[in-house]
Write a protein of this length. Structure first.
Length: 494
């Protein structure tokens, strides 16, 4: 018995040493590296697929309106699943959910590459989205729990950089793969990245200690998913089916009704999927609202700008791609600098200043014409890229640091949901508003000439950009108003 004690003590000491090495602060940069790898893979896959849609449409013999579901299904599935996996991460453990997400995404990528029918391909894209949402719902939470307050802005800034790098690399890499080896390899390229990411996650991610032993809200999950799919389908495809068509009106009506039922159910649940009391936290609420407005305006601009460059200025697709690359490049450069600066001097001025830079970028576009030059457009892309890079890291750090540790899982999921909702709403509504404005301007002309078409587009484009500038100013006011409520040091403990 006495002889067994030293052996047991030695074994405990070895286990303690192993756990301490895995949870050591020195390993936090390896944890960040794995998070960045997953983020890069998810954003790369999102942007790389768009380039291949015409080729897939031809080879699978389907129309462009049908093949677009490869993208739409991915976005809808991610948006509807983010809060669910944020909640499950609190119950099962963030590291576990993130690691499984790597596997699911990698499996989905393999199956996408093997598909020979559009229905199966759309289904496998949904499987990919399940994996992507598992990673997106936990990545910021893992960073926040691994880094002290003084370094969170820098870490989240690097996360923003890799989001930009993924979106920047996707179109170029996708074009190369489609041209040289075929569209299936835009999915196969994820396989080695996914395997490396999963193995690294198993080695470096800290053990989950803050798991909650609570029941899962299955009823709320189903209601939330169905309501969001109904609303987002209507918003995203209103222009395709017609806004007055029965399928769009029915989808929107059903989505709103299910969302109202979901809210009533959640308010009565002991352990709801989304605890609405979290929105009593003014810092969290204002940070989410300003982020929603920022993503809506930024993505609206990113959607409309290529139409202006191609349809009005008649630039080639290659030239448009090069010009649009200025935005993510500027964001990739600015984000880590802003994150570092916000750690040193506080997040409010950087977040608010970024939104004001965005506003200047939209206002600059009020000067474009049907004959604008390169230097008449590029400054706006630079301003919006710099502004977005300035805003996101400090805002994310501010929001994540405003809640308690047991809430950061669901907050991570809500942050990602807000981002996706902003992008979908911004893209859909901006196209709708521009088309309606252009139609109104041309309403008295029976057969408009190309010059009249171009002029009407620019006139409508100016109005939309002024509207986006107004949205950005509102977001800046909301962001600045948080200065009276909290200091980062009052948030999560290190």
């Amino acid at each position: 018995m006495q002889q067994g004690l030293p052996a047991q003590r030695k074994e405990k000491e070895m286990n303690l040493t192993c756990n301490n090495s895995k949870n050591s602060s020195n390993i936090r940069w390896f944890i960040l590296a794995d998070i960045l790898l997953g983020t890069f893979m998810a954003t790369l896959d999102s942007s790389i697929v768009n380039v291949a849609l015409p080729t897939i449409s031809t080879q699978l013999n389907v129309t462009l309106s049908i093949v677009q579901w490869i993208v739409v299904s991915y976005l809808l599935a991610i948006a509807s699943l983010l809060p669910i996996f944020g909640r499950l991460a609190d119950m099962w453990g963030r590291s576990k959910v993130y690691s499984i997400g790597f596997l699911v995404f990698t499996l989905g990528s393999v199956l996408c590459g093997l598909c020979n029918a559009i229905g199966m391909l759309v289904g496998m894209r949904v499987l990919q989205a399940v994996g992507a949402s598992m990673m997106m719902a936990t990545n910021q939470a893992i960073i926040v729990s691994s880094f002290p307050v003084s370094e969170r802005g820098r870490a989240l800034g690097l996360l923003g950089t890799f989001v930009a790098l993924g979106s920047l690399t996707g179109p170029a890499l996708g074009g190369f793969l489609v041209s040289w080896v075929g569209w299936r390899y835009i999915f196969y390229v994820n396989v080695p990245i996914g395997i490396i990411g999963y193995l690294l996650a198993k080695i470096v991610l800290p053990a989950d200690k803050d798991k909650k032993e609570v029941s899962f809200d299955y009823k709320g999950s189903i209601l939330f998913t169905m309501s969001l799919i109904g609303i987002l389908f209507a918003v995203n495809d209103g222009n395709v089916f017609g806004w007055s068509s029965p399928i769009i009106l029915g989808s929107l009506f059903l989505g709103v009704i299910l969302l109202a039922v979901f809210t009533l159910v959640e308010l009565r649940m002991e352990n709801p999927l989304i605890n609405f009391s979290i929105y009593r936290n003014r810092v969290f609420m204002l940070g989410n609202f300003s982020a929603f407005l920022n993503f809506a305006a930024t993505f609206a601009n990113a959607i409309l700008m290529p139409f202006y460059l191609q349809n009005v200025l008649h630039y080639s697709g290659f030239r448009v791609g090069l010009m649009m690359a200025f935005l993510p490049i500027c964001m990739a450069i600015t984000a880590p600098l802003s994150g570092y600066g916000s750690d040193k001097f506080g997040p409010i001025w950087f977040a608010t200043g970024g939104l004001l830079f965005n506003t200047l970028g939209y206002l600059f576009l009020l000067s474009v014409t049907t004959h604008s030059t390169f230097w008449g457009i590029i400054p706006s892309l630079i301003l919006v890229g710099v502004g977005t890079g300035m805003f996101q890291p400090p805002n994310n750090s501010f929001v994540m640091s405003s809640v308690s540790k047991d809430q950061i899982g669901i907050v991570n999921g809500l942050n990602a949901l807000i981002r996706n909702l902003g992008m979908i709403m911004g893209a859909s509504l901006s196209v709708l508003i521009l088309e309606r404005l252009q139609a109104t301007i041309l309403s008295g002309i029976a057969n408009p000439t190309q010059i009249q078409m171009d002029s009407s587009f620019v006139e409508a484009f100016h109005i939309v950009m002024a509207f986006l500038a107004g949205i950005s100013v509102c977001a800046a006011i909301i962001s600045f108003s948080r200065k009276n409520y909290i200091s980062l040091k009052d948030g999560l403990q290190e």
